[in-house]
Design a protein. Structure first.
Length: 416
């Protein structure tokens, strides 16, 4: 067996191990979907707990009014929740628009915090910490500035967390509001649906594990107080705080009936900047918590740590290595006896990807259509391949920030 054969075999084993893990998660997620169809969300018993909804925003004038109006219209007792919008060092007309919303809704618990470049402008985590200082709720809910939650979303989140004292947080589902705007948004719509049923529902069904997605979730106030707020160095503050919740002995549950609709990038340039930022943030969390893999007290986050390590390092390396070897084999520069077998496994992996993704997508109303199969096939050979570039660039950006000791700051995702 040649060196090329050994390297190819290692790459194939790594890729297929992760693929099979995802297949198991898809099956478990689908079972959770079937189970959830017949179950009802726990009702709120007695007086509804007071909830603080925080919305961190930076130059979100195009979407912030619709978001706040949707939060004001939630199906939840009006005197039992407050909305805190942290308009963080914005240079657009956000402050004017938010002031007009306040004027239209006098007497409502709507608090607007306008920060400047001295107190704010240092990223989402810092903005959340500023808002938390003025919050009063025993439960804290977070929504991004481009979100329009469905009316019962908050009630469902509160019902779940109050029903089970072992839950430190409950997360809902997010859907793509502008899914028909372009082919890219169609890809993102399928990606988000697949991710939620595969990674969130599957992990909850099998291991009672989830990670906070950054929006449409609720958590207990005392948890935020105990951990000292959000880590201002963390770009992926959602993943980072999830790990700390688990280290406190709590669980995080996925409740797919709590739905919010969010706006996704409509151009590759905006998408690439957003996703490399996410990748960089997740790499920071992995590095920060890698030592916990061997900590007996960290058993609840070990699966996620190993999963993220595998995705961002092992899978990326294996995919690049196998692609290079296949190209060199085709050009005659190296010889590998398992190239044909690797091609067969690659084709089988493509089939599993298409079938598995389609199964997760059809759990949503209106998504069971033949056109989605073609979109998923196209997605594999185009959108999914860009993931390798995103992960690699995210690692490069993380190392660059580490060397130059750059502080976290807002990245403005372009709105439409």
């Amino acid at each position: 067996m040649t060196i090329a054969d050994i390297l190819m075999l290692i790459a194939v084993i790594c890729i297929w191990s992760l693929l099979l893990v995802n297949v198991v998660l898809i099956i478990a997620g689908y079972l959770y979907y079937i189970q959830g169809e017949s179950e009802t969300v726990p009702e709120i018993v007695g007086e509804a707990p007071f909830v603080t909804i925080m919305v961190p925003a930076h130059n979100e004038g195009k979407v912030i009014v619709q978001t706040v109006e949707s939060l004001l219209a939630l199906d939840y007792p009006r005197d039992r929740y407050e909305i805190i919008v942290i308009n963080d060092n914005s240079s657009d007309n956000s402050s004017v628009l938010l002031a007009k919303v306040q004027d239209r809704h006098p007497g409502r618990n709507l608090i607007i915090i306008n920060t400047d470049k001295i107190t704010g402008g240092k990223g989402k985590s810092n903005a959340l910490n500023i808002g938390f200082q003025q919050s009063q709720g025993e439960l804290i809910a977070i929504y991004d500035a481009d979100n329009t939650p469905e009316k019962k979303a908050l009630r469902y989140l509160v019902g779940e967390i109050m029903h089970d004292s072992t839950l430190g947080a409950v997360i809902g589902k997010f859907r793509t509001r502008n899914r028909d705007a372009s082919l890219l948004t169609r890809f993102i719509n399928i990606e988000t649906l697949s991710f939620q049923w595969m990674a969130q529902a599957g992990r909850w069904k099998l291991f009672k594990l989830c990670t906070i997605p950054g929006t449409n979730f609720i958590m207990r106030r005392h948890i935020v107080e105990s951990i000292g707020g959000w880590d201002v160095k963390a770009i992926a503050e959602d993943t980072e705080i999830s790990f700390r919740i688990y280290m406190m002995g709590y669980r995080i549950k996925f409740q797919p009936k709590a739905v919010t609709w969010e706006q996704e990038p409509q151009t590759m340039k905006v998408w690439f900047k957003q996703r490399t930022r996410w990748a960089k943030g997740n790499i920071y969390v992995i590095v920060k918590n890698a030592r916990l893999i061997f900590d007996p007290a960290a058993k609840n986050i070990r699966f996620d740590l190993l999963y993220f390590l595998s995705i961002y390092f092992l899978l990326l390396t294996s995919l690049i290595m196998s692609d290079i070897l296949l190209i060199l084999h085709a050009l005659g520069y190296v010889h590998t006896t398992i190239a044909g077998f690797s091609t067969f496994l690659w084709l089988l992996a493509v089939v599993l990807f298409i079938v598995g993704t389609f199964i997760t997508v059809i759990t949503e109303k209106g998504e069971m259509k033949l056109s989605n199969i073609w979109i998923i096939m196209l997605m594999y050979v185009s959108y999914c391949q860009f993931w390798m570039v995103v992960a690699a660039y995210g690692l490069y950006a993380y190392l660059k920030d580490l060397v130059f000791k750059r502080e976290a700051k807002w990245y403005k995702t372009e709105r439409y």
